[in-house]
Design a protein around this ligand. Structure first.
Ligand SMILES: C[S@@+](CC[C@H](N)C(=O)[O-])C[C@H]1O[C@@H](n2cnc3c(N)ncnc32)[C@H](O)[C@@H]1O
Length: 354
């Protein structure tokens, strides 16, 4: 590489490290504050189960704090040795099981032009970050029924990072969940369930991703319902839709995960059903045309768009690879399912060390 190229990369990395550093410091400060609060609470808790829960949260936060501290230390590596980071990223690809040394919490980048990431990923946005507890529990009363939210597994952020996407998917039997032909485990989400997902999202992401501009979609011409052909929930036209018209825009309910960390924080804080759903829904896209993929997730009923299974059945499409806007690819009749071609928006977990 030319010296000029190397200098450019180091300057870009330094600048990125600078941004990350301040985000991480905020994160650490908040964690420290929470730790202090829970410490006090744990001492004062009256019932022993309450005390146990507080202590559990305290331990979890302590662990998060240590991980974040380590993350801050790794920033030096970004700044000074981009080649090393890239080398490690490549080495990690062959590492897939728990016994291999997968656990090191190094920051890695897929691209060899980290400078591009700065413009696209930081953008001066600010975000409050907070690691959620691994055992959060709450229940929300909806107009229809009580929805109880209880984390029903032993995964936490560290374990999710270590096991990775595919093994966590298996551990949670998400394959069975995906193939659930009778939709027994696939409720149509209530507004409270979506809101809960939003809360967990906000609590899990350290770095916000700038939301790409999208067109206003004045009225959603669709509704969600269970499919009758084994696809789980789906989206159906609520009126006739003319070819070429805008059907759905990702703004503002498509959310982004910049890195494996924020995704694993998010997904490990969810009960299995939500975790399996979101693992089915998430996709990767280069929404800023920078060559950098981010994870995208719909936090509204657009998560229910299915694949037609064949070109002739797909009836909605995006016009640009970076776009989150879906248009009717043909005339669609009221009641018809809206389907798009998944092959355009896939998920290759190794590209983000997931
Ligand atoms: C983005 S989600 C779509 C919403 C999903 N149907 C649900 O109820 O959560 C993607 C998942 O839907 C299911 N799916 C989508 N298209 C399908 C198809 N053509 N045949 C069978 N399952 C499909 C698969 O389980 C896939 O992993």
């Amino acid at each position: 590489k030319s010296t000029h190229e190397n200098q450019g990369r180091i300057i870009s990395n330094l600048s990125l490290a600078h941004h990350y550093f301040f985000h991480e410091i905020d994160f650490l400060a908040m964690q420290a504050m929470i730790l202090g609060n829970y410490h006090g609470d744990a001492d004062n808790a009256t019932s022993s189960s309450k005390r146990e829960e507080k202590i559990h949260r305290l331990r979890f936060l302590e662990k998060s704090l240590i991980i974040e501290l380590d993350y801050v230390r790794q920033l030096e590596k970004i700044a000074l040795d981009p080649d090393e980071i890239l080398y490690n990223a490549a080495a990690k690809e062959s590492c897939s099981d728990e016994t291999t040394e997968c656990g090191s919490d190094e920051i890695r980048f897929r691209r060899d032009t980290p400078g591009e990431m700065i413009t696209n990923t930081i953008s001066g946005a600010s975000w409050t970050s907070l690691v959620t507890t691994s055992k959060s529990e709450s229940s929300v009363t909806t107009s229809k029924s009580e929805f109880s939210y209880k984390v029903d597994h032993e995964y936490d952020y560290g374990r999710a990072m270590k096991r990775g996407f595919a093994l966590m998917y298996d551990d949670f039997d998400c394959g069975d969940h995906a193939r659930d032909q009778n939709n027994q485990n696939k409720p149509i989400y209530t507004p409270e369930m979506w809101r809960k997902l939003w809360e967990i999202y906000r609590d899990s992401t350290s770095f916000p991703y700038p939301i790409p501009k999208a067109h206003e979609c004045p009225e959603e011409p669709f509704y969600e319902a269970h499919t009758t052909d084994g696809k789980g929930r789906g989206i159906f036209a609520s009126r006739n839709i003319t070819k070429g018209s805008l059907v759905h825009t990702g703004h503002p309910n498509t959310v982004f995960f910049l890195d494996a960390k924020s995704w694993h924080r998010f997904v490990s804080s969810l009960p299995k059903m939500f975790a399996c759903d979101t693992m089915e829904w998430v996709w990767q896209q280069d929404v800023t045309n920078s060559g950098n993929l981010v994870l995208c997730l719909n936090l509204d009923k657009a998560a229910y768009f299915n694949d037609g299974g064949s070109k002739s059945k797909n009836n909605i499409e995006i016009k640009e690879p970076t776009s989150l806007d879906f248009y009717a690819a043909r005339d669609i009749q009221i009641g018809q399912e809206l389907l798009y071609d998944y092959s355009n928006l896939g998920l290759e977990t190794h590209l983000m060390d997931l």
